[in-house]
Every structure is written in structure tokens, then in C-alpha cells.
Write a protein of this length. Sequence first.
Length: 473
Amino acid sequence: MSHATRLYTPRVAAAFPGRGFLISSRMSSSFEGPPGRLTGWKEIAAYLGKGARSAQRWEKLYGLPVHRVGREGGEIVFAFRDEIERWAARASRERAAGGEVTALPEGDALRAGPARRWLAKAFGLFTLLAAAAGALVLLRPPAPGSTGRVRTGTPSGWRLENQRLVVFDGSGEVLFDHDFAYGLHRRDSSSEADAAEARVLIADVEGDGDLEVLVGSPALRRENRQLYCFEADGRLRFAHQPTGHVRFGDREYGEPWLAHRMFVTEGPGGARSLWAIFTHSLWFPTRLQELDPRGTVRREYWSDGYVDYVAEATWRGHQILLVGGTNNDLEGASLAIFDRDAVGGRAPASRAEYKCSSCPEGGPQELVVFPTLCMARKEGAATLVEAWVEGDDRLMVIVNQGERDAVVYYTLDRDLVPVHAEISPTFQQAHVLLERQGLLDHPFGPRDVAAMFPVQRWDGTRFVDLPRVKVTR
């Protein structure tokens, strides 16, 4: 792959920290989900004690935590019991604090059942508290760069258009809009954006129950592609863009570094971490930075390919950070594993042009690279879009192979030896379609199965092939 090749950025996989993936009933039973996962609207609704339409409405209006892979019409929907309960508890805390929050309609109160009876009581009680305290809320002054259209509330959706960011609550009321004073290269909104390419993330950065709005500006001019963090009322908390140069091989890469993705992960005790990813546009170096809530860099890792996934997990009894994306050195999908308190350094590489000679020492505890199959090779390379830990030691990995939901799966044991590999039905369907269109030169079959290996692991000095296993399809 030449230096100028644009790495494939997936349009699949929800961006959420350290959880699992809904496995279709058509797939192998060895990919059963964890006990806390609710698969599909039917199970989510049953857990809430409501119908599927009510659950869907709660997601749209009140931020019910639901995750997706794929797009409408072919998407996979799932949720987690603990996230739903934290969502309800957080709403209760907001109401107790007297803030103006979006309350569930009386007719939609949670029915007693698996979602716990106390949730229904909490919603009713704190709705009354919020109404009483609402009269005491003082309007804040307009935010810098804002038109002054500010309402107290909880951010729920967003829209980028022309040179403005507009943020609104669950009822569609505008909370604030921000004028960047420069042009944006595309329009986008929370209702239309692919999860893996969204330029805006609404998240609780500090774990205090307040939501912040993070924006990776899609500016027309490269030097304006900064990371912005806004308070819920539109006040700008910080704007950040890294500086400096780096050398990979005999080539130097410099400013500007472009805001690409943002993740907020949750560790033990509810501690939050903000991770920001900056790229060099069409060039391969990528910087992963951990920022504090005020935008100061805590630590940094240099990758020789795009980073598209960050999550925390507990593996073999230790808290780790999973960093997924693309590896230019081997032209495959990469999974870097760090001790949570030792994130930094650079990705190891076998080819000189992908070795960073100016980066700090150190790097991941483990680095595993998964091969690129035919569909992804048309556009560049495969990319890792999700990884999580089952039990205490098994790593589950999802690799996107170029098309929207053309994914493959791997399971690695505690020693990172593959114990399962699977090609999804959606990969096979996309393969058949591209073959009919004349974009692939072979039918789906043994050639694709064979291409699932080798999976390679960095042993400290070089990449070595890991054992092959039978591929399920």
C-alpha cells in the first residue's frame, strides 16, 4: 500500500465502550452474547415491560441506550441491562438536582417487571421534583460563538450545516447553535450519520451526570479541523488540535493533525476517559490521545494506520485498553492491547517505512493483525470495528471487510491463540452481489475461507503466524 492510499474507514459498528455485539441467529452458537445483553427490540421492550414501539420512542425522545451495527433496514439492534439501569438512575439524579430534563410521559411509566419496580417510582417522583425546581432555573448568558438561542436541557441530537452546529434536546427544541466562522465540507445530522463516521459525540466526559458535546470539525480547511468540547448550554469548554512533527521511515509528517474520532470509555468505579484520534488526512500516521476533561493531553500513542475503535475491558484479571483499526505495515486490521495505565509509545512494525523513529519508546502490550479479504482490498485494508472480552480471558473480535456490514469474526483465547473464526452471512451476501456486478473475479468459497488466515502477532521482534482453525460459514 502506498503512503497516499486512503485507509478504509468503516461505515459499520456502533461506537460504544467495551461491550459485546448482537449475534444473529443465523450465526454460530459459539458467539452467544453475554448474560447482560438484550438482543433486538423484542427483548429490550420485554425488559422495560413495554411494547417495541414504546422502546423505540424512548430511544428517540429520551436517550434510551440502544446500540446498532449497520444501517436502517439491515441494522442489528441491542442493549445492555446495566446501561439501561444507569440511564434510569442518571435521569433520576438529574431530576433530583432540579435541572430541566426530558421526562417520560405518565402513560409510559415503566411497568413493574425485569426493569425493577423502583425505576417507575423514581421517574414519577423526580418528574415532580423537576417541575417544582424548574421555576428556579436561571437562564445562562449566551455562549461565545452562539446566536444566543440557548435553552436549559439535555443534549440529544445535533445537526451540522453550512458553518454551524445546532444541538437540540429530545423534543427537538434547540439548546444552542454555534457558528464556527468557517465553511464545513459536508452536512450531517444525528438522524442520518453512520455511527462509525459521526463527527459529533454526545457523552458524559466526567461521569458527573452532565452531558458534553464533542465535535470533530469537518472544516473545509485542514487547519480548522479541531476537536471542540461544548457544555450542554453551548459554552465552549475547549478546542484542541495537536502540534508537532513525526518521522516514519525516511519521511516526516507534520501539522495540521485532523480530528477523526472521539470515544469516552468507562473504567472501574465509573471513572471516565476521553480519547481523541487525530490523523494526517490521506497519510497513514495516527495519534491517539487521552485528554483530561479540560483538553490537556495526558498520554499519547502513535499508530501506523487509522484508529477506529477504543474500549476498556478486564482481561486476565487486569484492566486493559483495546485499540482497533488498520495496520499499514501488514495491510490488515489491527488490535493493540495496552495495560490501562501504560498507554503510549508507538506501534511496532516490520517494514522500515512504517517504523516511527521519532516517537517515544514503548507501545502496546500485544499487537494482533487480522488479514484483509477481497472486498476490503478493493479500497485499501480491513479494519477492526469492535472487540470485547467474554468471561475473563476470551477476546471476541469483529473485522469489517470493506462493505457496510461485511464482517468476519474471530475468538482468541487467553494466550491470543485463535479458537474460532467465522464469516458472516452478510459478508457472503455482499460477495455474491459484487461478483454479479463484475467487481469481484471469483465466487464466494474456499478462496475466501483460506484468506481468513494467517492471523499474525508481534512477538517482540517480528510478526509470527498464529495457528489456523476451521472457519465457520
